[in-house]
Design a protein around this ligand. Structure first.
Ligand SMILES: N[C@@H](CCC(=O)N[C@@H](CS)C(=O)NCC(=O)O)C(=O)O
Length: 316
């Protein structure tokens, strides 16, 4: 089994998507290494590793770079299978829950938070997020919409209450799927944690009508895990330079919908926001993962891994 300390997470404290990975690491009691990155551009030591992908978090293991929490959790579960969090009943369903939590509920959470604290957000942050989203980051509009977004936020929370109530009725335990916490629980936790960081009284108010969700969330927060070791971003870059990527059996199967072939130049970008195209040579593709090989003056040879769902892949 790989050494858990080789897991390097590029992240920042307040990042909700990073918290998803940190929670996962705590639940598995895995050791890891922490590189604190800026929450706005520029990110000069990250770009040579990711080829231009700017979102947070990014995981590094040697010279292999994993972009997006979907890819990060798939890889961690593959390398560190025990204790399993992709438990029976969570397979496939965890990704469906992630789509809801990461896109629909997350956008409501952003509106609730910045509709509340928007007046105190630095202009540079707003401009950065406007560039990220490709539209104005309009905190006045979020402020106007905040009451309606709060209604919606509570409705999403109550979906968890309904699930927990249903599970209890079926005698299947007090986690979202069964008698143990798994990936579905990890994905469902993120938005509550995010909003609680900024607007804790609103979350507490919603929990008044959701006792089972409150009890579940309290148990999710109780995982202690291990303290990470801190690493500078320049040292992380040096590790990538020395390591060289770990070659997965390089394959591109005949079922690729676009007929992509091994070694050809391709570009990959998220389809929702932060649509920066990362270019490289195709070294692996399957239905869940695409890997590009890049050579960078600062980081040398790197393999960058992206999930397929939610990402565009094009030739050239
Ligand atoms: N689908 C991505 C979303 C990541 C995301 O939106 N992260 C936020 C921070 S939590 C971000 O990138 N913000 C801009 C930045 O950090 O530069 C994932 O699951 O990793």
């Amino acid at each position: 089994m790989a050494d858990a300390r080789s897991i390097i997470l590029h992240h920042y404290d307040r990042s909700p998507f990073s918290e998803k990975v940190r929670l996962y690491l705590r639940m598995k009691n895995l050791g890891w290494t922490s590189v604190e990155i800026p929450n706005v551009m520029p990110k000069p030591d990250l770009m040579p590793l990711t080829g231009g992908y700017r979102r947070t978090p990014v995981m590094q293991i040697g010279a292999d770079i994993y972009c997006d929490t979907a890819m990060i959790l798939m890889e961690l579960e593959r390398r560190f299978p025990l204790p399993a969090l992709n438990l029976p009943g969570h397979e496939g369903l965890a990704k469906m829950v992630a789509s809801w939590a990461d896109r629909i509920w997350f956008q409501v959470s952003v509106g609730v938070i910045f509709g509340t604290i928007g007046d105190h957000v630095p202009e540079a942050f707003k401009q950065d997020r406007a560039a990220l989203m490709g539209r104005p980051f309009d905190t006045d509009a979020m402020k106007a919409a905040a009451p309606m977004l709060r209604d919606q936020w509570r409705a999403h929370l109550m979906t968890l209450e309904e699930r927990l109530e249903g599970g209890r009725g079926a005698g299947s335990g007090n986690w979202l799927i069964s008698t143990k916490p798994g990936l579905v629980d990890v994905h469902a936790h993120m938005n509550i944690w995010f909003v609680e960081q900024h607007v804790a009284d609103f979350v507490a108010q919603c929990f008044e009508g959701a006792p089972l969700a409150l009890d579940w969330y309290t148990r999710m927060k109780a995982f202690e895990g291990q303290q990470p070791e801190a690493l500078s971003s320049t040292d992380a870059l040096a590790i990538a330079t020395r390591a060289g990527p770990r070659l997965k059996a390089a394959t591109v199967d005949g079922l690729e919908p676009q007929g992509l072939v091994l070694g050809e130049p391709v570009a990959v970008a998220p389809e929702d926001y932060g649509r920066d195209w990362v270019t490289g040579a195709l070294v692996h593709a399957d239905d869940q993962c695409v890997i590009l090989q890049r050579t960078d003056a600062k980081a040398e040879s790197i393999h960058i891994h992206f999930p397929r769902a939610g990402y565009m892949v094009r030739r050239g």
